[in-house]
Design a protein around this ligand. Structure first.
Ligand code: RB5
Length: 146
């Protein structure tokens, strides 16, 4: 199950991504916001990240205007590793090396075609573990020190 959330600047891209997930038979929860609904990106990030942390969803796809604000907010949630991506390499390697559990996209940055490719590689790529696990563990330790 994938948690999807957006602010008003991410609404159109969210709709395209949801259509793509449906075509691929991937289950998701759409946590809004809806058409014409103003939404502050930290609230959208919080809603979706909660679903990931509770274990109801394995990953989140978060969309704001740039992908940056919503990633900053998502990374404040303990246990979330969110990455704002607008290129294929980053979307792939944030899974391989960072075990990222939230992909953040910019509705004003990415076209639909690229965004769907980023979603696919993010959802299909497994974490490599090994030496990268130690680094992810260091991030978790930092969170626990706060
Ligand atoms: C909303 O206008 C915009 O600021 C927001 O979507 C995002 O781009 C922030 O990082």
């Amino acid at each position: 199950m994938i948690a999807v959330a957006n602010d008003h600047a991410g609404y159109e891209l969210k709709c395209a991504i949801i259509k793509h997930l449906e075509e691929k038979g991937i289950e998701y929860i759409d946590l809004g916001s809806g058409e014409g609904e103003k939404c502050d990106y930290p609230d959208a990030a919080k809603k979706a990240c909660k679903e990931v942390i509770s274990g109801k969803c394995e990953k989140a796809i978060l969309i704001c205007g740039t992908g940056i604000g919503i990633s900053i907010a998502a990374n404040k949630v303990k246990g979330i590793r969110a990455c704002a991506c607008s290129d294929y390499f980053s979307a792939k390697y944030t899974r391989l090396h960072n075990d990222a559990n939230a992909l953040c996209l910019g509705g004003r940055v990415c076209g639909v075609g690229l965004a769907c490719e980023l979603v696919d590689v993010f959802l299909e790529t497994e974490f490599e573990g090994g030496r990268h696990q130690r680094r992810v563990d260091l991030i978790t330790a930092m969170e626990n020190e706060q």
